[in-house]
Design a protein around this ligand. Structure first.
Ligand SMILES: *[C@@H]1O[C@H](CO)[C@@H](O)[C@H](O)[C@H]1NC(C)=O
Ligand SMILES: *[C@@H]1O[C@H](CO)[C@@H](O)[C@H](O)[C@H]1NC(C)=O
Length: 344
């Protein structure tokens, strides 16, 4: 799809969203969230990286193979309702009131995380982009008091941190690790930065937050290949990530909730049950990618261009070396919904 094609597509998506949103309100008689703002990495990127100079892109086949419009730059295709929130890179004025997706593949909590992959919008940069969007919303609404009230009702979703581990701390050339920063010290560095960032989003008007944990990155097929562990997860990575998750939940439960008393926070449980994904009957493939992934000297875990992916995609947890299949995303989006309903 050419540039013009993608623009038309996003515009259509935006309209579809508005229509769906309208029908839902009429049906339910109860507007849930008037707007969604999405921050994070490739798990939520819907095309912000397409025009950046980066290896972290997904705007080519076989990505989008099960998406009616083909490849759009979405790493993950079916994350429930937020499918319709357009990327910051191309969002039109008409659409910004219902939300913007700032997520960028390769990005992390720290500005430098993911620099091995090329350009990306770091979490700080995403917040600065959000600040610009707020100015645009104020101009559109023409009443600052109204805009403040409006933003308080919006849903703010953040899912970030994986790249601080995969493409920073545990990157093949890692400065922090060779400088003897321990996993505990690294988690504290991340938490201090993340705390500033969440406080910043609060100052900019956010009140309803869904903050996901970092997943078990040591079980991603790309990492298993890199470390050559056969089928086994890399426990060292998962242990380090778990230190962060525990500290982050402590930050939310014991610090942010008591300091920002008019804000609400939820942490969706995105851990796949040990029995495997629902419906898979224990037959799901959890440690290999569905598509063909480059293995030699390339740690990005992305699908090779135009290679036919696996046929039985409903048995695979991972589409490429890092990102879930649409099938696995059904599970994630249901868990997200469960958590987010507590913000209403
Ligand atoms: C601005 O918005 C506030 C809150 O929605 C409202 O009470 C007020 O009347 C609005 N002011 C104007 C001039 O429309
Ligand atoms: C799981 O088992 C049920 C009952 O035996 C069966 O109906 C279903 O098709 C199976 N699902 C898969 C993905 O094999």
């Amino acid at each position: 799809m050419g540039l013009e094609g993608s623009k038309v597509f996003l515009y259509v998506i935006c309209i579809i969203f508005l229509v769906l949103e309208y029908s839902r309100r009429v049906a339910a008689g109860d507007p849930k969230f008037p707007c969604y703002f999405i921050f994070g990495d490739s798990l939520l990127d819907v095309g912000n990286n397409n025009r950046l100079n980066t290896g972290a892109k997904a705007n080519y086949l076989p990505y989008g193979i099960d998406y009616p419009q083909g490849p759009t730059g979405r790493f993950t295709k079916d994350l429930g309702f937020d499918n319709f929130i357009p990327p910051y890179a191309t969002v039109k004025e008409k659409c910004i009131l219902t939300g913007v997706n700032y997520a960028s593949g390769g990005s992390g909590i720290l500005d430098k995380s993911g620099q091995n992959l090329g350009e990306r919008f770091s979490f700080n940069k995403q917040i600065r982009n959000h600040k610009k969007v707020i100015s645009r919303i104020k101009t559109l609404q023409g009443n600052e008091t109204h805009t403040h009230d409006y933003l308080k009702k919006c849903l703010y979703m953040a899912q970030t941190g994986s790249n601080d581990y995969i493409n920073n701390y545990f990157a093949p050339v890692s400065k922090d690790k060779t400088n003897n920063v321990t996993p505990d010290q690294f988690a504290i560095i991340l938490i201090n930065q993340f705390s500033r960032q969440l406080n910043w989003l609060y100052k900019l008007g956010g009140r309803k937050f869904s903050i996901s944990n970092i997943g078990q990155v040591g079980c991603a097929p790309a990492q298993i290949t890199l470390y050559g562990t056969g089928n086994a997860c890399i426990n060292e990575m998962n242990d380090a990530v778990n230190i962060f998750n525990v500290k982050k939940n402590n930050l939310i439960e014991n610090i942010l909730k008591s300091k920002l008393t008019d804000a609400k926070f939820v942490v969706p449980d995105l851990n796949i049950p040990t029995s495997g994904l629902p419906q898979s009957n224990g037959t799901a493939v959890t440690n290999a990618a569905c598509c063909k992934v480059s293995t030699k000297g390339d740690t990005r875990g992305l699908c090779l261009r135009r290679k036919i992916p696996c046929i039985d995609r409903n048995r695979y947890q991972f589409f490429d070396g890092f990102h879930p299949t649409a099938y696995a995303n059904l599970f994630y989006s249901r868990q997200m919904m469960l958590a987010i309903s507590q913000l209403l």
